[in-house]
Unconditional design. Structure first.
Length: 282
């Protein structure tokens, strides 16, 4: 018998309580874990607090060996399309650089790095509507979206101009090609769901009322194979993202945040413009 016990790892019951203000968890007996973002039980209001919670979430989920397939989605008819402006104001107007560094650099990195590095099981993302910060969805093994989803990154024109460096443009370059991804970011162009499907940015378009159900169908299909095959297959699927993130995400984030602070910028949260003239034509 070993001289020492294994250290205790947080259980679903423990980390679901820890993250309850940001995520709702549901896990089947065979280990399919659904994580649904929310704010006060409704659609997500983006904040530095949510930003931090997501970065920490991936480590908690990834370290729980009872999880076998991850489904990630959001509440209501929107993905991430509303904000808590006060959250950003209190950090960006603070004279203390420590919290600003922590949320703008560390958390921004870990939202992406922890997702691709800490999750060791197949990932399915169900994008339930329009919104931003879909980089995690693009980096999932399988991506579903609703018919009204628009793939768009407005960083370059948002609030007078931010470097598009938090992971969305990196995902666009990888999924759609460098030229198309760069054009979308610099010109603030969007792609509708049908075009995303044609170009391979998403795998299926599913009506909103059925999109989570479809994610569960796919998860159950993945559960038909054995555990080692599932986990090692995910390693094969995520490896290109791990290589890309390792080589590029820090330069992207540093460029955005250096420019952001050099210009003394702040988020003013103009609504993303989804007008027809912003849609990119093939």
């Amino acid at each position: 018998m070993a001289e020492q016990d294994y250290i205790h790892m947080p259980t679903l019951e423990e980390y679901s309580e820890r993250f309850k203000d940001f995520f709702v968890f549901k896990r089947s007996e065979d280990g399919i874990l659904e994580v649904r973002m929310h704010t006060f039980g409704g659609p997500v209001r983006w904040s530095y607090q949510m930003h931090h919670a997501i970065s920490e979430l991936w480590t908690a989920v990834g370290h729980d060996t009872k999880n076998e397939v991850l489904i990630f989605t959001a509440t209501g008819d929107r993905w991430i399309n509303d904000v808590d402006a006060s959250s950003f104001k209190e950090i960006e107007e603070s004279p203390d650089n420590v919290p600003r560094f922590n949320v703008q650099i560390y958390d921004t990195l870990k939202v992406v790095e922890n997702f691709v590095n800490d999750i060791e099981i197949p990932t399915i993302c169900a994008i339930n509507g329009r919104g931003i910060h879909w980089e995690m969805a693009m980096m999932s093994d399988i991506t579903l979206c609703t018919p009204d989803f628009i793939l768009q990154d407005d960083h370059f024109v948002h609030a007078g101009g931010h470097v598009p460096g938090d992971g969305m443009t990196l995902a666009l370059q990888h999924v759609l090609g460098i030229k198309r991804g760069n054009y979308m970011s610099l010109m603030n162009k969007g792609l509708d769901a049908e075009t995303c499907l044609k170009l391979g940015a998403v795998n299926e378009i599913v009506e909103r009322e059925r999109i989570v159900e479809r994610a569960w169908e796919i998860a159950r299909h993945l559960m038909q194979t054995n555990r080692s095959t599932r986990r090692l297959s995910h390693h094969v699927c995520v490896r290109p993202w791990r290589e890309l993130v390792e080589q590029n995400i820090r330069q992207h984030v540093y460029a955005e945040m250096y420019s952001f602070n050099l210009e003394k910028s702040h988020h003013d949260f103009d609504t993303i413009e989804y007008s027809d003239d912003k849609m990119m034509k093939l």
